[in-house]
Design a binder for this molecule. Sequence first.
Ligand SMILES: NS(=O)(=O)c1ccc(C(=O)NCc2cccc(O)c2)cc1
Ligand SMILES: [Zn+2]
Length: 252
Amino acid sequence: TFLHPLWQSPLTIPGGTRQSPINIQWRDSVYDPFLKPLKISYDPTTCLHIWNNGYSFLVEFDDSTDKSIIVGGPLENQYRLKQFHFHWGAINDWGSEHTVDSKFYPAELHLVHWNAVDYPSFEDAVMEGNGLAVIGVFLKLGARHEGLQTLVDALPAVRHKDTVIEFDEFDPSCLIPSCPDYWTYAGSLTTPPLTESVTWIIKKKPIEVDEDQLEAFRTLLFTSDGEEERRMVDNFRPLQPLMNRTVRSSFQ
Ligand SMILES: NS(=O)(=O)c1ccc(C(=O)NCc2cccc(O)c2)cc1
Ligand SMILES: [Zn+2]
């Protein structure tokens, strides 16, 4: 198996049948009229902190209550928001994890939720086929995104791996396009342990961010303070085989 320089661990799960990310071939996705609209209700006061974990920067939420949840869509019950993070490239030609008709976006946002109805903790849910639900939102180059700017302004404080700052009153629904259309498929985490526990919900419409905002992502480092600096870029996993899966769409 291929040892990815970033993860120093096998990038293939032996016997994996539902790995992520994948290319979404628009014409092969199947409209499912029984898919419900996704309902998103986040409480900005559950926002805790931003930290650089050496793979990405993530904004973590207090997931000890049902204050910030999603429900509906392809989901059997409600899922609690735990964190969101991004994946991006060294240049604007690539950076997203999923592709649409083999097109990369310069970045991709993941909002990570877990099934607190069926499982007692995130750590338990992450081992179960219906344990997690991740909303994927593509970022494309365009107008400056005012909601994202609050995050961008905090990035210099988490430049190095394992740095964290308090971050409060942020409502990540400002990062989700108002268009209700999405694709959904059964997949996995895209970083180790790559567990096959994710119901992916990929929004059809991207959000627009400007060049300076993408460049701000690229000023982050994979490395800790004092180590030789390595810029945090290209933190996306290679595309995985679709195998025996169908991507469903909520729209015709
Ligand atoms: N890129 S992704 O959205 O697929 C993704 C989401 C969450 C995680 C994650 O939470 N990793 C940490 C982790 C994984 C399993 C068990 C744990 O206790 C923690 C990794 C990747
Ligand atoms: Zn991710």
